[in-house]
Every structure is written in structure tokens, then in C-alpha cells.
Design a protein around this ligand. Sequence first.
Ligand code: FEO
Ligand code: CA
Ligand code: CA
Length: 679
Amino acid sequence: MTISADREQRPSLPIVDHARGKRSPVTCRLKCADACLGPECNTSQNVSFRSVVQTAFSRRALLGGAAAGALAIASTSVDRPAPALAAPATTGLPFDPIAPVDASVDSFVVPAGYTWAPLIRWGDPVLAGAPVFHLAAQSPAAQAMQFGYNNDYLDILVDEGGLTGVLVANHEYVNPGIMFPPSSDAAELRRRGEIYKAAQGMSVVEVVRDAPGAPWRTVPGGRRNRRITVETPFALTGPAAGSALLRTAADPEGRTVLGTLGNCAGGTTPWGTVLSGEENVNGYFSAPADSPERARYGFAQRPTSTGWETWDPRFDGTAAGFENEANRFGYIVEIDPSDPTSTPVKHTAMGRFKHEGANVTIAEDGRVVAYMGDDERGDYLYKFVSKHRVNRGRGPGARRANLRLLSEGDLFVARFTGDSPAAEIDGSGRLPQDGAFDGSGEWIALTRDGRSAVPGMTVEQVLVHTRLAADLVGATKMDRCEDVEPHPTTGRVYIACTNNTRRGIDAPVDEANPRLANRDGHVIELVESHGQAGARFVWSILLLCGDPSGAALTYFAGFPPAMVSPISCPDNVAFDSEGNLWISTDGAPSTIRKNDGLFKVPLEGPDRCRVQQFLSVPRDAETCGPVIRAQEGMVLVAVQHPGEDGTVDAPTSLFPDYGSTEPGAVRAPRPSVVQVWRD
Ligand code: FEO
Ligand code: CA
Ligand code: CA
């Protein structure tokens, strides 16, 4: 394969179906390898179950009442002791919702009474000795010491005392077209490729502040600071570690992988580590879809946006000895931000797919439960239940034990069953006669006690080719599960289904995915019926997103649509200390072409599902990694791919420097972590 100038030129891009509202086709190409351009990868005949099987007693009888309030009843009567469900009387984050901001505007917008500032930007120093960022003088060595590109997952793990902490962020992908001017020089393209390897992965950066609620500052060269790149060694854990499916010429043991790719959302564990989802990993490989496994994961032989396959055999799916390299990406990775010398791990027990992220809770019996989405149209929702119980001790022994929790356990995939007649799910979004898109469901085991639970597949096959295993057991095809997160006090699980414009073409509507050509996405509320580690659940749709004044039907759990902020393409979810859900978006309603934002969604009381927009990110950008500290009057977000559609000579965004002449400022868009605080 030869290096061509094409890679560095702006490609001619198709108008992708899900890009009609606001998302750029450039983002679809670079981030997801145009995953939404053609038919779904999932061609299995594994169609969603509808209300074919009615439960012995109807779900409505179980819940007794209107759907919105009923889940709270289910939560208390079926699952657990009654949580405090009253809406909080006070809030540390009072605001009047902002108006949606037009997609041509290159501004970061917050409500009256709030101030924003970048906390760390692409190119800012992380490790000691990192040079000041210069757009035109970037090098692989400099980038490996600086904050990476396109931050997505974000958290700050606050130390005891509350004035210091450590920021952890993912770096999902790069955009060569706005990092460098066009070039056709092979040596220069290879040098840039090494920069891309250093710009991806993860960053760990110490932060300090003067008081709780005051803005954080980064500590360049801090003791715990770390950059994890596409060359950082990771140890594989779990039943598939060492499998023949994971061995390569460079790693004949099949236990050590260099790097992590496509790191999208994530989660912070109760034992102080950070999980990160390897998502669109197929886009980094030029690998022919010459097997059912490769086809099912979307691999193709084509030039990649980074060009790595032209000199690094790891990314050339035809290179002898490296046929399995692609099998070594697509996992949940775990890093310990307290120890910069620790070896990060990839957990095969949690399965391999386009992992959006993983969010952990502790079940009643002390086992750890992780909820995970596969963000591809027609793919599935998963749950992992650890074999061992969390160790609540504070010593190093407890910590060592907890660091192994995600290496052993059982993996499940979800099957949703609606409780309304199929004829009432007409694809329009109109509620069925029982007043809710709702039903029951089950978690189907893919592995049990370290062994395969799928006839005809070994445990290694199940954990490396997890999508194919899930195809065989009747899992429900979903409208792209992005973030999936359990509520910290009620235990209810919130599932952001971001969109699926081919719903009704590749798979029929069902009650859990009830809209044809689901352009704006929806959010599902799931309640475990027998505890967090149990095998049965009930569910209902909380939000059918969109522009309430547009043609598509929307639903806000019964709250009047005329009183909500329009919201589309829900992506990351988070909770504040007052129990509210917050949703960040990756796309706007097709009717209004507005910038992405962050939205507050109360879950209790008369304002349940009164969606209110808190902030708006700049032109072309996506809102990621929200961290909500209501008690401190503080919100942090990761602003990903600002100015995606521009070039170095003609940027479409100058966020966040906006012409600043301070050292390190540049005249180019920079993915950044932003903090917002009450004045
Ligand atoms: Fe990287 Fe599913 O968003
Ligand atoms: Ca129903
Ligand atoms: Ca995402």
C-alpha cells in the first residue's frame, strides 16, 4: 500500500443520514469510520422480541398506575428499601435554561450567573519538561508529554481534603485535517502518524484549587501525571488472555497489547480506578472483511485517517503474524490514576465490542455490576457481574483485591419484551393504549463461572467475538446504546439510545425502540427486579427526544413538551448529588440545527423530565464527559471536535483561545476540558 496525499486532503464526504441535523460528515468519517453510512453490521436474524409473551401477571398490574410514577413504585416494592424520592428542596446549581444556540455560532454559552474557562486544552503540558504548544512545530515527543486530542470521558478524583485531585480524560480520535496543512510527503505523513499515536489514549493530570467550588488549576509535571498512548503496554486479563485468538508475532503469549484506541466514554470505580471503552476500533485498521468475525465488527480494507497501516504491520490486517492484532482492541480498559507506574489492563471478561463505556455499581451482596452499551445500530446492551465481592477495607490488600474484580465474572446481554400489542407500536412514537412504551426483560448469560454459556462457542470465542455470541441467544437489537449508568441512590439504570435512522429498514420497530428512522434518540429507564445482579428487569422509555415543535412525536415522561428544551441524540449521562440526571448530546434535532449541549433532567417530583438546557458548546463540537458537582456549584465538560469542518488555513472555530496572545495560545480549535462555576 502506498502513502497517498488523499489522506491529508479533505475527502469528498457523503451526506450521512444521521448528519442531517448538525453532526458533521467529517466526524462520522474520522470517529466512526462511517458506521452509519450503510446497512447495519448486525445481519443476524435475531429480531427483537415484542409482546409475544405476556408475563403471567401484566407489568401494569405489577406497577399499578401511570408509567412515569410506576417505576418508582417498582423500584421500591420489587428491588430494594425505599429510597428518598422527594425532589430536593434546594439546589446548588440554580439556572434559567439557555436558549438553543445556532449551529453557526462559535461560542461556549452558559446560563446567567455562571462563568466558564478551559481547564486543560489539547497540547497543554502534562509531563515534566513538556514544551509549550506550537501548532506548526508539533512533534511526537512533545505530544507524548502534552494533553491529547478529542477528550471524551472525564472525571476528577478528588483527594481527601478536597483541594487536590487527579483529572482523567480519554482521547478518542484525531482530525488530521485541522491539525496539519495538506501534505503528500511520505516521511512527513509518517511523522504525523506518530503524533496521532501520541495524541490518542488517555491523560492523567493532577489538579489543585483554593476552596471547594473554586476553579481547578492543573499541575504540569505532577507526581501522578501520565500519558497513555497507542504505544503504552496493557496487560490482558480474564478468560481470553493468552488465547490463540489474541497472539501475534510481536506477542506470542497473547497477554500484552500496545495501546488503547477509540476511547470514548468510561466510568470511575468505587475503588478509585477509571474504566474506558474502546469503541470504534475497526477504523484504525486496514483489514479485509474476510471472515464473519471481521465483517460483524465493521472491518474493511481501506486507507485509514491516521495512515498507520502503511508502516506499522499491527494495523495492516493482511500482515503475516498480525492477523489477530485487531482482536486485541474493543475492550474495557482500567487504569489506576494513583500509580503512574502501574500497568493498565484490558478486561476480556467484559467482552469485546464497540464499547461505549462501563459504569459500575455494587450489588446488594457486594458483587460488582457493570452496565455497558455497544454503540452501533442494531447492537446490544450488556451487563457484567463480578465473581468476587468488593473489599471495603482501606489498606493496600483491599485495593489489590478490588483491582482484580473485573477480571472474573459473568457476562450477560439484554432481551427486552414489550407489554403492548405489536400493532400498537406503529413507528410514529405514539404511545400505545396502556400509556407507556414499557415492559420486562431478562439478562441472558453469555458466560458462567469462567465458561461459555453459548452452545457451539468456546469462552475465548464468546469474549473475543462477543457480538456473534449475543446474536445466537436472542438479544434485542437497540438504537445505539451510548452511556449506560446506574443512579447512585435509586439503582435505576439509564440507557441513552442516541439514534438509529435505519430503524425499520434493517430491524423492525419494537416497544423498546419504537420510532421508525429514529433520528433523535431516546432514553430508557431500567429497574432490576431481583437486585442489581439479578437476571430480570422491568423498563420504560423515559424520553423520546426531539424538537417538540417539530413533526416527530416526542415524549418527556408526561411532562408538557412545550415547557422543555429541545434535545436530540443523547450520548453521555451523569447524575448530580441531588439525584438529577444530566445528558450531553451528540447531535441536534434536524428541524433546528443547533449546537450540542448539556441538559438537566429532574427524575422526581412535579418537574420529572422537565428537560432544561444548561450550556451549549462551540461550532461543530460535541459535549462529552459531564461531571456535575451541584453542591459545589461546578460543572465540567469535555468539548470534543470543535471546528471539525475547518482546515488549518480556514478554521471554523477558534475555541477556546479565541485570538488570545498568551503563551501557548493558538489560532486553531482545541478540544478542551471546560469548567463552569457559579459566580
Ligand atoms: Fe464515541 Fe458512541 O460515542
Ligand atoms: Ca406498553
Ligand atoms: Ca459517546
